[in-house]
Design a protein around this ligand. Structure first.
Ligand code: PEP
Ligand code: MN
Length: 343
């Protein structure tokens, strides 16, 4: 159950609620700065009228509470003037890794010229092998921020480890939690204490309920800005890098109020499949896509097979926009882009 407290409730009235719950041996969790109290073990109870701080209560029977849409229908996150989870389909794009100044500035200039609002790129990379390119670290973050500032883009980049959280937060607008870190519960808790939007990738072996509980870690810390990102799960079939679970989009909408975007790059693992998968994401109702694009994919230091070229990216944008327009929807890129890049 979730209890919503009255906005102006006095501290002693809130204390009376906690005293009552303690007396009844009911576990509770107060969500910092949100006027919300979660009762994790109780689906629904009648609270005495004398507890005047209570505005309303929401019965919730799932393990996750704050991530459920039983108490909130929609979360729209404002990232420096651009909404995620609102009416527009968000396009987030950039290389897998920040590699050098030329690469990231070229990409930023290209994206900005098409009206794209978000640039992605890893400075700290979760690579399977310690001998692979592990990212430029601090230098990469600085380059990314500089390029984003020059071209008025918002930065999405990964927090690989708690030890780099402050540094990454200082250089970015959206904190990405990678698939391998979805189960890093202590880090999720710490992200709950920040006020930056968190893009939470689905663990490649995670059930939907586990993913929503990972989101719950962040939400329960008081950070309500969580964006879910489906990036494919590991399957029995080696034909594609991952199995992109597109059906999870309507499923998440049945269960949660959180925005959900699709990563068609890791989801398919192949540049040729990124455009159709992006269109499918738009068609199935995702709130956006996170796409890997590179000035020269063959030379990419990570994920070169799935990076699309600038010209493929234009095609992706046009096709996705045309499809959404047919559905009466729009992307967050400028509408004029359609004419300027029509192929
Ligand atoms: C990435 O976005 O480059 C990345 C490493 O993603 P994932 O965590 O989904 O593998
Ligand atoms: Mn990648």
């Amino acid at each position: 159950m979730i209890i919503r407290l009255k906005k102006d409730s006095a501290a002693n009235n809130v204390k009376a609620l906690f005293d009552y719950l303690n007396e009844k041996n009911i576990a509770w969790h107060e969500v910092v700065n949100q006027k919300l109290v979660v009762l994790p073990k109780i689906n629904s109870i009648e609270l005495p009228q004398q507890l005047t701080c209570v505005e309303t209560t929401y019965p919730i029977s799932t393990h996750y509470k704050l991530a459920s849409n039983n108490w909130k229908s929609k979360t729209v996150i404002d990232v420096n003037g651009v909404e995620i989870g609102g009416d527009l389909f968000n396009i987030m794009a950039g290389p897998c890794s920040v590699e050098n100044e030329d690469q990231i500035f070229q990409t930023a200039e290209f994206l900005a010229s098409l009206g794209v609002k978000f640039i992605r790129g890893g400075a700290y990379k979760p690579r399977t092998s310690p001998y692979s390119f592990n990212g430029l670290g601090t230098q990469g973050l600085k380059l990314l921020k500089k390029a984003a500032q020059q071209y008025n883009l918002r930065v999405v980049t990964e927090v690989l480890d708690l030890s780099v959280l402050d540094e990454v937060a200082e250089h970015s607008d959206v904190l990405q939690v990678g698939s391998r870190n979805m189960h890093n519960f202590y880090m999720l808790r710490m992200l709950g204490k920040t006020n930056k939007p968190v893009l939470l990738k689905r663990g490649f072996q995670a059930k939907v309920v586990e993913w929503l509980l990972a989101a719950e870690y962040i939400l329960s810390g008081g950070n309500e800005k969580v964006i879910l990102c489906e990036r494919g799960v590991r399957s029995f079939d080696p034909s594609s890098r991952n199995l992109l679970d597109l059906g999870v989009v309507p499923l998440i909408k049945e269960l949660s109020h959180l925005p959900i975007i699709i990563d068609p790059s890791h989801g398919t693992g192949s540049a040729n499949r990124v455009i159709p998968a992006s269109m499918a994401a738009a068609a199935i109702g995702a709130h956006g896509v996170l796409v890997e694009v590179h000035p020269n994919p063959q030379q990419a230091l990570s994920d070169s097979d799935q990076a699309i070229t600038f010209s493929q990216f234009k095609e992706l944008l046009v096709n996705t926009q045309l499809l959404l327009n047919a559905l009466g929807k729009h992307t967050d890129t400028e509408s004029t882009i359609l004419n300027s890049v029509r192929l």
